[in-house]
Design a protein around this ligand. Sequence first.
Ligand SMILES: Cc1cc2nc3c(=O)[nH]c(=O)nc-3n(C[C@H](O)[C@H](O)[C@H](O)COP(=O)(O)OP(=O)(O)OC[C@H]3O[C@@H](n4cnc5c(N)ncnc54)[C@H](O)[C@@H]3O)c2cc1C
Length: 449
Amino acid sequence: VKFDLVVIGSGPSGQKAAVQAAKLGRSVAVIERQQIGGACLHTGTIPSKSLREAALNPELGRSVRGVMQRALRVIQDEAEGISDHFVRNKIHYIPGRASLLSAQKVLVVSAGERLEIEGGKIVLAVGTRPRRPKEMPWDSGVVHDSDTILGLGVEPKSMLVIGAGVIGCEYASIFQQAGVKVTLLESKPDFLRTIDQELVSVLAKEFVRRGLELILGADASSITKIDTPLGPRAEVVIGGKRRVFDLVLVCQGRTGNSDGLGLSQAGVEVDERGLIKVDRNYRTSVPSIYAVGDIIGSPALAAASYEQGRLAALHAMTDRPVHFPDTFPTGIYTIPEISAVGPTEAELRKRRIKFVVGRASYAETARGKMIGELSGLLKLLVHQKTRRIMGVHIIGPGATELVHIGQCAMAFGATADYFVENVFNYPTLAEAYKVAAFNALNQLHHPSA
Ligand SMILES: Cc1cc2nc3c(=O)[nH]c(=O)nc-3n(C[C@H](O)[C@H](O)[C@H](O)COP(=O)(O)OP(=O)(O)OC[C@H]3O[C@@H](n4cnc5c(N)ncnc54)[C@H](O)[C@@H]3O)c2cc1C
């Protein structure tokens, strides 16, 4: 069997690659070894964000288990939506495990059956899985990763989250919000290092204010399952002290699904972390093979993966160079949430760019006062000479939506004056842009202030 494009993996990047090629009138096959939708739908973005919504809105589910059930319904709906999309676009969906036989040949193994298919071009969209450090007692039932936590059959009262990266911070705040007593442990002295550190310190304060225990600069040196009258629990030594938790959630990074994919057989280069190397057009070291999504590394977000998939298919099918936008946002769904577009202050300083920071606290907006979210903060990084918006960094409710106003302004090359000279709905949180722009422009009129 021969297709113009063969896509391995049906997560966000694989889906969009397939649909884009199909829209160009090409024949497309998608191979998936698990369920349609990828980690994004089954173990990543969708379940974690459904849990978050439910935790924030108690009427959606009053217990951890109730919240989980609701998440499963959202997943099922989304999976049906993706299947329909494939059918409507005449994309062949082939269940099975794929591996490369050569630069244009793929072997699919499904329930003992072997099928060889040929792709004019091949897109690797295989994603990642949680990294499981060997020393943890994974079979004990009290230690979970971000995949297995979703099958949780118990109502934990306490939880240790190891690793304060994005996933660790998100789950820590979601479970805390759902009524679990959470301890978040990070071995480094700081966390979320790529994020604006002023926002991270607001987040750390909010964590603590909401009752979460944040421990930085300490390790969990031993984890063992113990049997107690209340059932199995996890005993953990943290910084020399013995602690007991109902369960432990390990969030210590992810590993690329590049093993068993026949990469070396086809001549595709990977780095030491198993991530596939690509050029600006998402082509690997083999010209007929592309790679997109989490398997090529940062930013490893669903939104970016969708676009990478679309761009790779465009290049593969038309040979025209593609460009991933510079102004893409990052969203971190902690409670409160964080979102940013453009460089941080630290990055601008490194590039020796002169800028001012316009700040607006949510407390300075009428809407912020009404909803009682006084710790929210919006920062506009404004170029000192051109007054252009260089970056937007927000923490607080609605941050992941609000950021798109700044993204739009940046994409159209707006200066801070845009926010001053335009009328905003009142009362809104978006008004924080106006307050921050006034604040920035005041500093530009009085550079020494
Ligand atoms: C807990 C968690 C929360 C997240 N939250 C967010 C968020 O809020 N926002 C956001 O933007 N991103 C979020 N992400 C990241 C997001 O899920 C990923 O960026 C996205 O899933 C990457 O898409 P992908 O297409 O690269 O691969 P994936 O979604 O990982 O899909 C890859 C697919 O390939 C299949 N596959 C692998 N190998 C083979 C093979 N040999 N043969 C056949 N099929 C194969 C796999 O079974 C899988 O279905 C989160 C991730 C996690 C883990």
